[in-house]
Design a protein around this ligand. Structure first.
Ligand code: IPD
Ligand code: CA
Length: 277
């Protein structure tokens, strides 16, 4: 089987699991949510719904794709023999979920580690992915070389614009050190753009960009599950997804948008980090 045949089959699995688990967490939300535990800091929370969603995604994948590996934000870790690893974020935007704010999503990506173009800084390259946003019922999907889609309609990414007219999304990490640095970078960026959005889900941000509802996005400190599916969706919509300088996008930095805007932002952000050192 060629990679594109495999990837288009995997995207169906990703989409149907993300949707069914997303509908489950959405229903569960109506009954109320409590923090089950905190992780990297007091602000980094996990709910029972995150755990239940990851368990259902893992069970679904184990029965449909028993030879694949699985890596999940809440600890899922399954070894495989096929060369495909599923990277799962059961709820991206957990703080929004806790507060009943709409920007949260289930993210499911099938990745490989062949070093081909599109490989992220964690060494993985998504070949198929889905992000389901339960509050709007929107399903974003993409597979490598096959384009990005919202409920089956092809997406064409952000339009060309000036930096000063750029609606720019970003996000912040959970530790005091990371946030202190991030606010300094934001001080350099904010006066140069139309406005900033901090919606609270990296996966949603990147899908909004793919749908042309944002012009650009950047963040430092993302983990593979935050971006695995959504960075593929952004890239397949036609957006550039890049890192700092020549580095692969990922934890150090992920910038997405048009070629011109991502280049300008990369310069400003690199300079801001240089002055922080
Ligand atoms: C977080 C969200 C947020 C981003 C953080 C992520 P979580 O994921 O994507 O927008 O700014 O960096 O950790 O904790 O809600 O799964
Ligand atoms: Ca996340």
């Amino acid at each position: 089987m060629t990679e594109s045949v495999t990837a288009s089959a995997l995207v169906d699995i990703a989409g149907s699991l993300a949707r069914s688990v997303g509908q489950m967490i959405h229903e569960k939300r109506a009954a109320g949510v409590d923090v089950a535990a905190t992780k990297s800091s007091l602000t980094d929370v996990v709910t029972e719904a995150d755990r239940e969603a990851e368990r259902l995604l893992t069970e679904g994948l184990r029965s449909l794709r028993p030879e694949d590996a699985i890596l999940g934000e809440e600890g899922a870790s399954v070894a495989g023999t096929s060369g495909v690893t599923w990277v799962l974020d059961p709820i991206d935007g957990t703080v929004n979920y806790l507060y009943n704010l709409p920007a949260y999503a289930v993210s499911v990506a099938a990745t490989v580690t062949d070093g081909a173009p599109g490989t992220m800084s964690d060494g993985r390259r998504a070949i198929a992915g889905a992000v389901y946003v339960p509050t709007t019922g929107e399903l974003f999907t993409a597979w490598h070389g096959g384009g990005a889609y919202l409920d089956g309609a092809r997406l064409s990414g952000p339009a060309e614009t000036e930096l000063l007219s750029t609606l720019l999304a970003t996000g912040f990490g959970y530790t005091v050190e990371r946030r202190t640095e991030q606010v300094e970078v934001l001080r350099q960026v904010l006066p140069r753009v139309r406005d900033i959005r901090r919606m609270g889900s990296a996966a949603v941000d990147l899908c909004m960009l793919a749908a042309g509802r944002l012009d650009a996005y950047y963040e430092r400190g993302l983990q593979p599950w935050d971006y695995a599916a959504a960075a593929l969706i952004a890239r397949e919509s036609g957006a550039v997804v890049r890192g700092l300088g020549e580095n692969a996008p990922g934890e150090e930095l992920l910038i997405a948008g048009t070629p011109a805007i991502t280049a300008e932002l990369a310069g400003i952000i690199a300079e801001a980090y240089r002055t922080l050192q």
